[in-house]
Design a protein around this ligand. Structure first.
Ligand SMILES: O=C(O)C1=C[C@@H](OP(=O)(O)O)[C@@H](O)[C@H](O)C1
Ligand SMILES: C=C(OP(=O)(O)O)C(=O)O
Length: 434
């Protein structure tokens, strides 16, 4: 009997509720893992690429088609904001939407208030606001200084050279770069301090240049954008490598796994494509085909893993959970930006991993260490997700080790991967309401 027909109607009901995004959502689900996985999973497209493509198209005042836009929350809020341009724009929990739109509204006619969730109002934006103000932007804080909401009145930005820290969020830099081509004198950014999440800056440059801009690095910490208008070209948005990381984790933890993930490429624009190389050390091999990648479980696995996540911060949660479950000791550095994401991810990881019996150590606000130290796990672990999609998705693979693992507020996945639970069911996982 096909996998789908074997599901009970109760499971279907729960699944429908989980993905419905309405008020009456399932508060907690219970996961049961299959013995093996053999599936083809169409991942959502990259929200990082979608949100850049949308801003670039808007700045070009173009209607060029963007194929394979994600229907995740972060992209939906961006589409809605740009389509409606209402006086009050609520971008919910989308960091890219908040940062990219702040720059976009600064050069777009009209006055707007841009706001988001309570957590968004705690995510810093002063560096971007200061940079835009010194280019000539009119931005006021409508709540706490340094944080959203912001009141922005579009105006012509007359300056072109600024310096800003590169060590807090690359999204500030991407936001500034993308408005560069429409500024009279272009833009010259000097980045101070360590440059974090650098592949996301390179992703911005590549997408800008594909769309007719002339932007690039002109020194180790200097970025320049010519005042040359965009010429948008239609393109198909590739699948999300960050979302792929959860399937690598499933593959690493299942005794037998063969997974096909369409629209992922070896020469991807996304920095998180590095997940393939990292997982080869955890016993998952990747074969690149023309239109998909195939993941296969092999046996070889390292005993410990040291890695710097400065360039791939969104992969950190996947590796913390997967390594511990595989018994691989780790030392992960470059995690400083995790504290200002959807939740304080360092604190959330330490707390939730303890429920599974793993004692992690934090060092200097930027390193997480697991040296094999264990405690008694909760009898029936229920993982809190802290309004963070990646907490739900990164902990889901723990159901291979903890039968009947529970995940609280599972609908959080809609921020980047609305069909996550549905795809799990396709791959043979059982999901019931707990
Ligand atoms: O530019 C982007 O699309 C992103 C940049 C990263 O943020 P930081 O630059 O704040 O680390 C990343 O964590 C986020 O999910 C997406
Ligand atoms: C950090 C993330 O997103 P953002 O900063 O865009 O809200 C993420 O998706 O993990």
């Amino acid at each position: 009997m096909p996998e789908t027909e074997r599901r009970t109607s109760k499971e279907f009901f729960i699944f429908a509720k989980v993905i419905s995004r309405d008020e009456d959502m399932t508060k907690r689900i219970q996961l049961t893992a299959p013995n093996q996985i053999q599936a083809t999973i169409q991942l959502p497209s990259s929200k990082s690429i979608c949100n850049r493509a949308l801003i670039i198209r808007a700045l070009a005042q173009s209607h060029a088609p963007i194929e394979n836009l994600s229907d995740c929350d972060d992209t939906r809020v961006m589409v809605k904001a740009l389509q409606e341009m209402k006086p009050v724009i609520d971008i919910m929990a989308a960091g890219t939407a908040m940062r990219f739109l702040t720059a976009y509204l600064s050069v777009t006619e009209g006055s707007h208030l841009i706001t988001g969730t309570e957590r968004m109002k705690q995510r810093p934006i002063r560096i971007l606001v200061d940079a835009l103000r010194s280019l000539g932007a009119q931005i006021e804080y409508a709540g706490n200084e340094g944080f959203p909401p912001l009141k922005i009145t579009g105006t012509e930005l007359t300056q072109s050279e600024i310096s800003l820290p590169g060590n807090v969020s690359s999204q500030y830099i991407s936001a500034l770069l993308m408005i560069g081509p429409v500024l009279k004198k272009g833009l010259r950014l000097t980045l101070t301090g360590e440059i974090i999440s650098r592949p996301y800056i390179d992703l911005t440059l590549q997408l800008m240049n594909r769309n007719g801009a002339d932007a690039g690095w002109t020194g180790p910490n200097i970025l320049e954008v010519k005042p040359q208008p965009y010429q948008p070209t239609p393109y198909y948005i590739e699948s999300d490598w960050s979302a792929a990381s959860y399937w690598y984790a499933f593959a690493a933890l299942t005794p037998r796994a063969t997974l096909r993930l369409p629209d992922l490429y070896q020469d991807s624009l996304q920095g998180d494509a590095r997940v393939a190389e990292l997982f080869s050390r955890l016993g998952v091999s990747t074969t690149y085909h023309e239109k998909y990648v195939e993941l296969t479980r092999t046996s070889a696995c390292v005993e410990e893993l040291t890695n710097d996540f400065t360039n791939q911060p969104d992969l950190a949660q996947t590796f913390v959970v997967t390594c511990a479950l595989l018994g691989i000791r780790f030392r992960f550095s470059g995690l400083q930006s995790l504290k200002i994401k959807e939740t304080d991810r360092m604190a959330a990881l330490i707390k939730e991993m303890k429920k599974l019996g793993y004692l992690l150590r934090e060092e200097a606000g930027s390193v997480l260490i697991w040296d094999g130290e264990r405690c008694e796990p909760d009898a029936c672990p229920a993982i809190d997700t802290y309004e963070d999609h990646r907490m739900a998705m990164a902990f889901a693979p723990a159901c291979f080790k903890f039968k009947g693992l529970q995940i609280n507020e599972p609908q959080v996945v809609s921020k980047s991967y609305p069909d996550f639970w549905k795809d799990l069911q396709t791959a043979g996982f059982q999901i019931t309401e707990a």
